[in-house]
Ligand binder design. Sequence first.
Ligand SMILES: Cc1cc2nc3c(=O)[nH]c(=O)nc-3n(C[C@H](O)[C@H](O)[C@H](O)COP(=O)(O)O)c2cc1C
Length: 359
Amino acid sequence: MTTKCRLRILVLVCSTRPGALGPAVGAWLARTLSPSADTLDADLVPLALGDLHLPFLDEEEEPASGVHHHEHTRRWSRIVDEADGFVFVTPEYNYGMPATLKNALDYLGREWAWKPVGFVSYGHTSAGTRAVQHAKQVVTTLRLVPLGSTVALRIADATREGRFAPAPRHAEAAEGLLDELVRVSRALAPLRERGHAGAEAGPLPGSYTRRLGPDDAPEVTVLQRCCWMEEALANDTLAIPALHESLEEVRSWLADWHTTGLWRDGRLLGMVRTRRVGADLHVGRLAVAPDLRGLGVGRWLLRRAEADGEGCRRVVLSTGAASHRNLTLYRKQGYVALPDAPEDGVVDLAKAVPCPAGG
Ligand SMILES: Cc1cc2nc3c(=O)[nH]c(=O)nc-3n(C[C@H](O)[C@H](O)[C@H](O)COP(=O)(O)O)c2cc1C
């Protein structure tokens, strides 16, 4: 799993009765917002709640368990899981949200978490705003984050001769809603990622690790340039690949190496990469952001990398001959310098991989 650049926004039309106004509102919204969505790097995915054919909640387990027995729930779970944010196009029924929306919300748990939701409501005098207030108190329980921006359509103001005909100010409000939705969705991305399966707790409070992929190249490029600058100064050379690699080169090695990133609140704090070559595990690009040195993060990442060496004979790595800080760390962790240094100014080190207990 990597951070997505393009956002997927589900536009959910909540009314399900025949002849409902909802589909016309949803179609207008999608038409109006498509060009800006594209500019904002977001895809709008329209969906009519009625097309899901969700019965009244019929799952035995609580939604928070994540155990979904029925195919209709699994399908709904996948749709919500893949989304980065929502627009609920909702009528007001008896001063509240439609039961269909409440039912659809109740079906799932963590799939909703840390995603923004904007409301496009419609109704008579109140323009559906009471339905929105009702829904807001429910969605926050699911860790959905409701937006301040809304589009509230008074039916009398948004229809002409029985046809849906919203005013330019409604389109403006919709643009504002999308803009806020996209910004909040991107800001919440670290929280979504942390809760995602595959992310594991890291050594610092609030930090977590996950495998890095090509989409992480911008953060990796910044981190390695910043970290290897010190190496350049210590070794009095600029001939260090980590300082020169282009974004494309970084993307390319991220696809080939197994790279672990340590994150907190959307910031890449550290990384390490590994690759098996014959009976050796090659470890490289061990980096820790300069403000977090001395906290054991490098040692933690190194151990984490070594864990990839199961079945290998030894772990090998290299560093600058004058990189005393790195050399101290590696020696303390049991690495010894190899006699035949292939390049001037570089020290190769190796450590035997311990046999598994009982092996
Ligand atoms: C069951 C029901 C309850 C309604 N309650 C309200 C209400 O509380 N406030 C309101 O402004 N309009 C209310 N209306 C009128 C709706 O706003 C109007 O019929 C609207 O078109 C409903 O959306 P839909 O056509 O997408 O179902 C209600 C309509 C229905 C069918």
